[in-house]
Design a protein around this ligand. Structure first.
Ligand code: F0G
Length: 480
């Protein structure tokens, strides 16, 4: 819930009590330096005990409710016919109005099943914007991704409320050029992750749906952050302020032939599922579940997580819960704007996104500015962010770098997990780093995996710049 204070400030006020906490430690500067070196300057390889505030991701790190926790206790571990799965089916029916549920252990497992059924070598998937794991599965099946994000989506700074919209004219043209028989499906990602958690509008979704269906193409929605996208439609799109989040979600999903989601985000649990009202599609995908995931009533998930996801589905549509991440992100983003730090605007879902090209204009994209910034920010603050730029792309089949549209350091804000003072701390330390930005130089590879290299790859600094950064921190008494 956002409130305005007497001094005019608008702040997020939490609509929950904190009942369970986990201590975190702020390591001394020399230990932070050792930790990032040991991690190959890759924040994925830091150990949690070395981290003060973990802003790597909102995936599986959201605070659960007491109702979710208590539901986990009643989970039914039957291999087949689990009661927990029936409760998930009921929640899907009530919230999504969808009859068929295919469980899978997380979002990328859904993508694996979907692409195995629908993507043939030489096929194309049209999407508003790709996500790393989605693209990896499509390419793995011999397919290709075509991104048709509306041009405004590639601007880091904009006041366009729906930068996740698809470009409709190009959609019509690409379908005509490629031929519908070569297109596996059209995919809309609800708040486009890699360009700053930016939502699409209902108007755009309906138009995409009309074009896809006119051409007999399937429309798939990646619903990993569906309640956030619905929150933005309610708060930003004309005509939706009086509609409830469930009503908006149902209107969105009516446009789709099938949807899938990571259960680790909006539903604040861990797991994944594909849902549809199309019986034929259901029966095409279902036989793959026992082969790759597990029996069709658990799909590789713990039944505890199935219970948590079923409750999470019902809870995520509460207006205060749907906005719990977005409002904190709005606060964080505006704080950084006031401090002069370049960030993606407007604020989106998932996290606050720092524009590394503007933050470190002296670096080229092949020196990995977003990766260097994430490493430097850890050294400065003990906070862990994530590179979302050229490092998160893989090289093409000839080994050439594919530079990313944007170089972002993502500071994820898991729902209900950070307080405002922690956000203030992160913003303050980032502003300090911005003032000392010339001390941060590039990164180069030590070990570079061929696929999804950002997860496990190891790098080092091009010239030992972390030493001068550390000296600057040590010489500022406020920073230790
Ligand atoms: N689709 C979207 C839009 C996602 O953001 C993610 C995961 C997935 C699919 C894959 O789901 O992780 O459950 O297998 N995003 C995480 C992140 C990894 O940190 O943004 P998963």
């Amino acid at each position: 819930m956002e409130v305005q204070l007497a001094d005019g400030r608008i702040i997020p006020v939490e609509s929950h009590r904190i009942k369970i906490v986990q201590p975190t430690k702020f390591l001394p500067i020399d230990e932070r330096l050792t930790a990032i070196r040991n991690a190959g300057f890759n924040t994925f390889l830091l150990q949690n005990h070395d981290i003060f505030l973990d802003m790597l991701t909102d995936s599986g790190t959201n605070a659960m409710s007491d109702t979710q926790q208590s539901a986990m206790l009643r989970s039914d571990d039957a291999y087949a016919g689990s009661e927990s799965f029936i409760r998930l089916q009921e929640a899907v029916k009530d919230i999504f109005r969808m009859d068929y549920v295919i469980p899978a252990h997380q979002g990328r497992a859904c993508e694996h099943l979907l692409t195995k059924v629908f993507v043939k070598p030489g096929d194309v998937v049209i999407t508003n914007y790709h996500f790393t794991t989605t693209k990896a599965h499509i390419v793995n099946n011999g397919g290709q991704v075509i991104e048709l994000i509306y041009k405004e989506g590639r601007n880091t700074n904009s006041d366009n409320p729906f930068k996740g919209n698809m470009d409709l004219e190009t959609l019509e043209r690409v379908i005509a050029e490629k031929g519908a028989d070569k297109i596996s499906f059209v995919r809309m990602e609800a708040t486009t992750n890699l360009i700053g958690g930016q939502p699409f509008s209902m108007e755009n979704l309906k138009a995409v749906s009309e074009i896809a269906h006119k051409n007999h193409l399937l429309l798939v929605i990646d619903c990993s952050l569906i309640s956030e996208n619905a929150f933005f439609i309610k708060t930003r799109e004309a005509g939706f302020s009086e509609k409830s989040i469930p009503e908006i979600i149902q209107e969105m999903l009516q446009q789709a032939d099938l949807i899938y989601m990571s259960g680790r985000k909006s539903t604040m649990a861990r797991g994944g599922m594909i849902c549809t009202n199309n019986e034929k599609i259901y029966h095409e995908i279902l036989p793959l579940v026992p082969v790759f995931e597990g029996f069709i009533t658990y799909g590789g998930m713990s039944t505890k997580e199935i219970e948590a996801m079923a409750v999470g589905l019902r809870e995520m549509v509460d207006f205060n819960v749907a906005g719990s991440g977005a409002e904190m992100i709005n606060f964080f983003t505006n704080r950084l704007i006031n401090l002069g730090v370049p960030v993606v605007t407007p604020p989106g879902g998932l996290g606050c996104h720092v524009d590394a090209i503007k933050f470190l204009p002296h670096l080229s994209q092949t020196e990995y500015p977003a990766g260097a910034l994430a490493a430097a920010f850890y050294i400065v603050s003990g906070c862990r962010g994530m590179e979302r730029g050229t490092l998160s792309m893989d090289r093409d089949e000839n080994g050439k770098e594919e530079v990313s549209d944007m170089e972002l350091m993502r500071l994820a804000v898991p729902r209900r997990s950070f307080t405002m003072s922690q956000i203030e701390f992160a913003a303050d330390r980032l502003a300090w780093l911005y003032q000392h930005r010339n001390l941060v130089h590039g990164l180069k590879w030590i070990e570079e995996p061929p696929v999804l290299r950002f997860f496990l790859g190891k790098l080092t600094s091009v010239d030992g710049w972390e030493n001068s950064l550390t000296e600057a921190i040590k010489s500022d008494s406020r920073m230790n």
